[in-house]
Design a protein around this ligand. Structure first.
Ligand SMILES: Nc1ncnc2c1ncn2[C@@H]1O[C@H](COP(=O)(O)OP(=O)(O)OP(=O)(O)O)[C@@H](O)[C@H]1O
Ligand SMILES: [Mg+2]
Length: 290
């Protein structure tokens, strides 16, 4: 048989093989066990008690109002990876105050994937999109109501919702993504100003009473029950003694009022342009980009 013909047959066979594997992958979950077992066995970390409670919450609308560095991004990255590997043809959308931040979530998920024994990705990992062999996908979108229109999703995850500019407009565009899938909306954030959708979601029982709310302060996330270290927190707290509202927001995860501040937090937030992107060296070298 001539070489070109043999090459063609080999390529056609490899394609058939890939299609067969894909059909097989779509038929059953790619992983076994529940979400907590998934973290232990596949991602090699043990969720803390408050993370486990959040991960096991199957409510359609879920909020995590947790202190700084308590593991918000870590937990929602694990949760969305569990969803796409345990069910085929699921579409997860990740949003954050800026595209740079939602891409960081994709980087975190890619890092989890790189520690797994099996490669579940179909094709290359991109900075804003991961596609899996069971037809599921995770996509990071910019914080822009116009861009998210027209997309259907099974799960919308928002990291740091309290700091999203135009949060009401974005939410209006986002919830309809879930309309035909009866999907889930999950947001995690440290509290920002009271002039925010996240504040309403956390406090307005009339409009958002169907939200399941998880509140975790620094004390609950201290070692060994969380990742926070007491020694440095004591030092930080002493530094913030003149602006107690800062500690209350960041570490107590309460919506404190900054009545003594010269410029209010809400005003400062409104002046931040989330479309501005920082450059770092990693952006310039060998990572696959869209
Ligand atoms: N269950 C866990 N086991 C081990 N390490 C954890 C666990 N949960 C979180 N961490 C680690 O704690 C650190 C903080 O986590 P993460 O960045 O997710 O926190 P965060 O609440 O999103 O922080 P920030 O408020 O700065 O956004 C990370 O290094 C993360 O890997
Ligand atoms: Mg985070």
């Amino acid at each position: 048989m001539s070489r070109p013909i043999k090459g063609k047959i080999d390529r056609a066979y490899a394609k058939l093989q890939r299609e067969r594997e894909q059909r097989e992958a779509e038929r059953k979950p790619l992983i076994v066990g529940n979400v907590v077992e998934f973290c232990l066995v596949y991602l090699h970390f043990k969720p803390y008690a408050y993370q486990e409670k959040f991960l096991r919450d199957n409510n359609q609308f879920v909020l995590a109002r947790w202190s700084r560095q308590s593991g918000k991004s870590h937990t929602i990255a694990a949760l969305c990876l569990y969803l796409v590997l345990s069910q085929s043809h699921r579409r997860v959308v990740i949003l954050a105050p800026s595209l740079r931040q939602s891409r960081r979530m994709i980087a975190k998920i890619s890092f989890f994937l790189s520690g797994m024994e099996t490669n579940f990705l179909s094709g290359r990992p991109y900075k804003t999109r991961l596609e899996f062999i069971n037809g599921s996908s995770i996509e990071a979108l910019p914080n822009s109501p116009e861009t998210v229109r027209g997309i259907t999703a099974d799960l919308v995850l928002v990291d740091e919702l309290s700091f999203v500019l135009n949060d009401e407009d974005l939410y209006d565009a986002v919830v309809y993504m879930l309309g035909t899938t009866n999907g889930r909306f999950i947001a995690a954030s440290t509290p920002g100003s009271r002039d925010s959708l996240f504040y309403k979601m956390c406090t307005d029982d009339k409009k958002f009473g169907n939200f399941s709310r998880h509140h975790v302060n620094w004390k609950e996330a201290l070692e060994p029950n969380g990742p926070l270290k007491k020694q440095i927190l004591d030092a930080i707290r002493a530094q913030m003694v003149e602006d107690p509202w800062r500690w209350q927001r960041e570490m107590e995860a309460e919506f404190a009022v900054d009545e003594d501040a010269y410029f209010s937090y809400a005003l400062i937030e409104k002046c931040v342009d989330p479309r501005l992107e920082f450059w770092d060296d990693k952006d310039l070298i060998g990572v696959a980009s869209n």
